[in-house]
Ligand binder design. Structure first.
Ligand SMILES: Cc1cc2nc3c(=O)[nH]c(=O)nc-3n(C[C@H](O)[C@H](O)[C@H](O)COP(=O)(O)OP(=O)(O)OC[C@H]3O[C@@H](n4cnc5c(N)ncnc54)[C@H](O)[C@@H]3O)c2cc1C
Length: 309
């Protein structure tokens, strides 16, 4: 019930100023974000891989209206990809990219800039021996993001898509994207969306998630089951079995810091598990979405804010 108001409050500049005055090392931030520097991300990745997990790295940032910032984000991805390759970690690690961080929201030619920037990152990922997944943002960007993904896949068919089960349109999008070689991450969706485009009741979102999973698991693509929800995880496993899918012909994905024991349990049971690992100084939007999902964290959050540790 608190989710939508918290996401709306997160857009206030005052709240943002207050929250970003906290250092990344403060408990509530470091629970979800292992650090700001490339080295922090690479160290955390190595640790995950040593525990039998895979990773997807997200250089934090979104909604940029500044071309220079978009280009800096591209450079950050190139740096981390080369660092992963040098350390032999790229085989188990891909990167997740938000198109709004690489220029999609720029006035005039945003989509063109985002496509070119994403292409540069895809190229570097391929050279490093890995791939890119294009994150999905709020519903006003869905068509644009899927359009850019379609263009990227002409040269880089391995590029992953993300679909959000809370949108009414997503079951149909799953059908469109369940073709051979198509990597599709299915998540519930993290933004404040209106009833006109999205299910707002949790049970309806879950039902949609299951319908979408059925389509993806029965299809020819590679489903990436991004959820911490034990029921959805069980259903995904049952659907994989029902569709004769071997372990490794789909994967589970979870966020860094959320249900780490479950991440390891699944990996020990032979499942492929990938952890989404965000890093960088632009952690505000990401942190607020995580808090909105889990209002029980609020008390801890307010304590961190007051102590500024
Ligand atoms: C790998 C990955 C990539 C994602 N990419 C995108 C994307 O591109 N676009 C997008 O809109 N969303 C993305 N999301 C976020 C997603 O849409 C959900 O907002 C988020 O995963 C919470 O939904 P849930 O499926 O875990 O189910 P929920 O019903 O929200 O949670 C199920 C259980 O998970 C645990 N949990 C969930 N969230 C938290 C939290 N913040 N803190 C502590 N425990 C928690 C709790 O035990 C909870 O009961 C991604 C999620 C993952 C795992």
């Amino acid at each position: 019930m608190l989710r939508q108001p918290l996401l709306v409050l997160a857009r206030s500049d005052r709240v943002k100023r207050l929250v970003t005055a906290m250092p990344v090392s403060s408990g509530i931030v470091s629970r979800y974000v292992p650090g700001e520097a490339t080295g922090d991300a690479v160290d955390a990745t190595r640790d995950l891989i040593e525990h039998g997990l895979h990773a997807t790295l997200d250089f934090l940032g979104e909604d940029t209206l500044d071309r220079e910032q978009a280009d800096a984000t591209v450079r950050a991805y190139l740096e981390v990809l080369s660092s992963l390759a040098e350390r032999g970690l790229a085989r188990n690690t891909e990167v997740s990219v938000k198109l709004s961080a690489v220029g999609q929201a720029l006035p005039d030619n945003g989509e063109k800039v985002a496509l070119e920037n994403a292409r540069t990152i895809c190229h570097a990922a391929r050279n490093a021996g890995t791939t890119v997944t294009v994150d999905m943002e709020d519903h006003t960007t869905t068509d644009s993001t899927l359009g850019i993904l379609h263009e990227l896949r002409k040269d880089f068919p391995e590029t992953g898509a993300v679909l959000q089960a809370y949108l009414h349109r997503t079951e149909a999008d799953c059908r469109d994207l369940a073709y051979e070689g198509s990597r599709v991450r299915l998540c519930k969706g993290a933004y404040a969306e209106p009833e006109s485009v999205a299910f707002t009741d949790r049970q309806d979102v879950d039902k949609s998630y299951v319908r979408c999973l059925k389509v993806l698991m029965a299809g020819q693509g590679y489903p990436m089951v991004a959820t911490h929800d034990p029921r959805m995880i069980d259903i995904a496993g049952a659907l994989a079995t029902r569709n004769g899918r071997a372990q490794g012909s789909y994967e589970y994905q979870m966020l860094f810091g959320i249900r780490p024991d479950e991440q390891r349990r699944l990996a020990e049971a032979g499942e492929k598990v990938r952890v989404y690992l965000p890093y960088g100084h632009e952690w505000y939007g990401y942190l607020m979405r995580r808090l909105a999902e889990r209002p029980s964290n609020l008390r801890f959050f307010v304590r961190s804010l007051l102590s500024k540790k």
